[in-house]
Design a protein around this ligand. Sequence first.
Ligand SMILES: [Zn+2]
Ligand SMILES: [Zn+2]
Length: 174
Amino acid sequence: MRDNLKFSLESWPEAGLKVDFVLVPSVISPYLEAAVTEDGEFSEADPPQLASSMRGHLELQLFGKRLRLVGAFSVKVEFNCHRCLAAFVDRLGDNIAETVELVRDDREPDDESGAAVRIINNEFDLTPLICEFFWLAWPMKVLCRPDCAGLCLTCGANLNEGPCSCHKTQIVRH
Ligand SMILES: [Zn+2]
Ligand SMILES: [Zn+2]
């Protein structure tokens, strides 16, 4: 079991590498924060809070300058429901099947449209890449449950906890 995704090309095995990993939140969080500020895609003010370590497995194979990754990852995340705003913890995870270009030192990638991983001193770190997969797996719509009733637009009560007084009045009026 590895606690990081740093690899050396020094003694890379012909057959490739198979790794199981557990990354504690403090290893991943800096990359998630960077993603929030750089492209602004994450609309909420705070970076996501991880409620567990990220666990996963990867098979890595090298084909010249290309690295093939196949595996999966899973982590528990603290979400806020888009409808009722309640905080809840759920699993975020996905399968991984991707080929990336390994780019030496300060050279430019050959294919700028594809994902690239930088080699520095014959070593590379897949943590930033795994954090990109994290963002790709982030749900478009975050709901605490599929039938979340949301908040009352009039009084702001959480309707999952039962009808609010404005709704009760409406029912009486009908
Ligand atoms: Zn909800
Ligand atoms: Zn109400």
